[in-house]
Design a protein around this ligand. Structure first.
Ligand code: SF4
Ligand code: SF4
Length: 181
């Protein structure tokens, strides 16, 4: 018991002396300061767009099919010349993720053929009401100006998608020829 106490006190004192020596603090003043997450972090979902503003999601529902928690609900609708929302034939008119069911496994991100759904770096999940845990499409969709961006806009802490991974995901598995939207 005393040994454990001494070990704990030693760690706390060590951090204190590191801080006093100007070597930085191990704590952050959250929520003003947020810790940067690694690129592989699976936080709250984001729905990405192309650089021309079109949504990447084509409403194929593969993400919903693969989700082990059945947390994704979506309804697809047809694009029309007057109302083109995504780059494919269809788009997700309704897209919801039940965050209380989600286990943040990342399967939806892996299954998505369009690199539309990605798990971002946002780890904040506190809400006042249970209904707020049902993330709507508008909660997840990137602002149009964010788009996919050109390579120099790629930020590993914001997006898992790179131009290379995008090309690979769209490549025909038989010929390995990329297709463009
Ligand atoms: S992260 Fe996993 S559990 Fe959550 S919505 Fe995606 S597939 Fe479902
Ligand atoms: S997020 Fe991806 S997998 Fe899910 S419906 Fe949209 S395109 Fe299909």
């Amino acid at each position: 018991m005393l040994i454990e106490f001494a070990k704990g006190a030693g760690i706390a004192l060590g951090h204190m002396f590191r801080y006093l020596a100007g070597k930085g603090s191990v704590t952050l003043e959250y929520p003003e300061v947020k810790r940067e997450q690694p690129a592989f972090f699976r936080g709250r979902h984001r729905l990405q767009r192309y650089e021309n503003g079109l949504e990447r999601c084509v409403g194929c529902a593969l993400c919903a099919a693969v989700c082990p928690s059945e947390a994704i609900y979506l309804e697809a609708a047809e694009n029309t010349p007057e109302n083109r929302v995504s780059a494919g034939e269809r788009y997700a008119e309704v897209y919801q993720i039940h965050l209380l069911r989600c286990i943040f496994c990342g399967f939806c991100e892996e299954a998505c053929p369009e690199n539309a759904i990605v798990m971002g770096s946002n780890f904040e999940l506190s809400m006042d009401k249970r209904t707020d845990f049902i993330a709507q499409k508008t909660d997840m969709l990137d602002a149009p100006e964010k788009g996919f961006g050109t390579p120099h806009d790629y930020d590993p802490f914001i997006s898992h998608v790179t131009p290379e991974s995008d090309k690979e995901a769209k490549a025909d598995p038989w010929t390995k020829t990329g297709t463009e939207h």
